[in-house]
Design a protein around this ligand. Structure first.
Ligand SMILES: NC(=O)c1ccc[n+]([C@@H]2O[C@H](COP(=O)([O-])OP(=O)(O)OC[C@H]3O[C@@H](n4cnc5c(N)ncnc54)[C@H](O)[C@@H]3O)[C@@H](O)[C@H]2O)c1
Ligand SMILES: O=P(O)(O)OC[C@H](O)CO
Length: 334
């Protein structure tokens, strides 16, 4: 792969564009705001998202989607999950035929309850095997600082995943391939919700036992949903499952965990949103779509349900703790 377009110059879009460029792949990064593209072109820095990172010379920036997409062998979608459909619809006519469409977004669409790869297929009108997802323990700031990191590239077409793997492998970034798109996407979407719960627990002053309990039971409910939707159970023990869950639940860099921590300390959702300065904590919306999906397929997801009640029904995080611990007693693997 010689040329890739990255659509979205936020934290992860910019960091992933750098990963590609550092792997020897020429990249054109599309920024929604013209001034961001101009600033990257002028100073090689994206100051609003990654102020300490100098971007490589084989990474160009533009505000013009057609310029970014022309001749791209892969199109990487680095926009929030709830805007992906609208963004992609605007770019559809300029997508190069046959290009691999790659989702970086971690979420489940509100209303349709679709995974991101399903949204991409539907909007772009491409077959399943033309869509890939990247998911793993991938905090953008750490990767931009070239800290060693692994990830998963999932695609039902193994050869396509391998092509993309080659395009983004370098001395600090190691992607593995996987054909289980469903499992990788669910791992990425659900961990944001579980990280909100861990953040709430931290904000309430709870320690490592509580964190480990939430992480492990969070993984259990994620895997239950995966089993019902045909995912490979082993995916949840991998980078896109446990790996991402641990990184997100433990890191102060995670927007989801930080958001939850504010709620645990007593902030309202509006106050926590204001403190996020426009950056996405995807779990705040995805907790509702994942909860609805769980209800539709008859899967019990008590932590997700509780996070939804805190974020959208005004439940006090302290009352969530009482509700979770007061549930009917059961076997661990029930
Ligand atoms: N930041 C990370 O560390 C990280 C890592 C892995 C995955 N992700 C996932 O990648 C996706 C993007 O996250 P991010 O961190 O880059 O987000 P971000 O908020 O930093 O950037 C989002 C980008 O999308 C653009 N955009 C285009 N249309 C938009 C619209 N209508 N509304 C809002 N923004 C719009 C914004 O201008 C911005 O450049 C999310 O699904 C996130 O879960 C993020
Ligand atoms: O900052 P968050 O909470 O969106 O998490 C970022 C990444 O998804 C971690 O893999």
């Amino acid at each position: 792969m010689k040329r890739v377009a990255v659509m979205g110059a936020g934290s992860w879009g910019t960091a992933f564009a750098k990963v590609l460029a550092d792997s020897g792949t020429d990249v054109v990064l599309w920024a929604r705001r013209a001034e961001v593209a101009d600033e990257i072109t002028r100073s090689r820095v994206n100051p609003g998202y990654l102020p300490d990172t100098v971007l490589p010379a084989n990474l160009a920036a533009t505000h013009d989607p057609a310029k970014a997409l022309a001749g791209a062998e892969a199109v990487v979608l680095g926009v929030p999950s709830q805007t992906l459909r609208a963004n992609l619809a605007q770019w559809r006519s300029a997508l190069p035929a046959g290009a691999t469409l790659v989702s970086l977004a971690k979420g489940v669409e509100l209303g349709t309850l679709k995974r991101m790869s399903e949204v991409v297929r539907e909007v772009a009108g491409v077959p399943e095997d033309q869509v890939a997802v990247v998911s793993g323990p991938n905090l953008a700031k750490e990767i931009a600082a070239e800290q060693p990191t692994a990830t998963v590239i999932a695609c039902t077409d193994h050869d396509r995943a391998v092509d993309l793997q080659h395009a983004c492998s370098n001395s600090y970034f190691r992607p593995y391939t996987n054909v289980d798109v469903v499992g990788c996407e669910l791992g990425g979407a659900c961990k944001n919700v579980i990280a909100l719960a861990c953040g709430m627990a931290a904000g309430l002053g709870f320690g490592d036992n509580t964190m480990a309990s939430i992480i492990t039971r969070g993984l259990a409910e994620t895997a239950r949903m995966g089993a019902a939707l045909g995912a490979d159970p082993l995916t949840f023990a991998g980078l896109a499952g446990l790996g991402d869950l641990v990184a997100t639940c433990a890191s102060p860099l995670s927007r989801n965990r930080s958001f939850g921590e504010r709620l645990g300390r007593g902030d309202t959702v509006a106050q926590a949103q204001e403190a996020a300065h426009g950056q996405v904590a995807e779990g705040v919306k995805s907790c509702s779509s994942i909860r609805e999906l769980a209800a539709r397929i008859g899967v019990d997801m008590p932590i997700t349900d509780g996070v939804h009640r805190v974020c959208h029904d005004g439940l006090d995080p302290r009352a969530l703790t009482t509700a979770l611990l007061g549930r009917e007693r059961k076997a661990e693997r029930q």
